[in-house]
Design a protein. Structure first.
Length: 133
């Protein structure tokens, strides 16, 4: 079980950029090809809201969609998934398990070994490169 981080709307607004707030707290979606410019280095993608580790860079792949895509989360407790029937579609929404930030959606058209494509908003994450020390 993950300890939840709860903040008021005003606290989230003060902490986040306008885009990160819109994406993570209001379930928005950034435009494709605007935030998939992370280095191709070893490291971990973290939640922009609470700094929880979400996705290992080793699980990232180029889906061609314009959003950072991964075939699995960093661990089984990193994210939560919920049914999303908005926009006249049936999708699975992906949230940070620690702070309920909207991250993106998961689809069943990804590569092996999972066959999943976690299609995330880049504005919802930060990247921390692994040290070679």
């Amino acid at each position: 079980m993950v300890d939840k981080i709860v903040k008021s709307d005003a606290e989230w607004r003060a902490q986040l950029s306008d885009l990160a707030y819109k994406v993570t707290r209001k379930a928005g979606t950034e435009r494709a090809f605007t935030n998939d410019n992370y280095p191709k280095a070893a490291g971990m993608f973290h939640c922009v809201c609470c700094d929880a580790p979400l996705f290992d860079a080793n699980a990232k792949f180029d889906s061609g969609t314009g959003w950072p895509s991964f075939y699995q989360p960093a661990n089984g407790d990193a994210v939560e998934e919920h049914e999303d029937n908005g926009w006249f579609m049936r999708r699975t929404e992906v949230l940070c398990a620690r702070c309920d930030a909207h991250l993106g959606h998961v689809f069943n058209d990804g590569p092996q070994p999972t066959g999943l494509r976690y299609c995330m908003n880049g504005a919802a994450m930060t990247f921390q490169q692994e040290n070679d020390d």
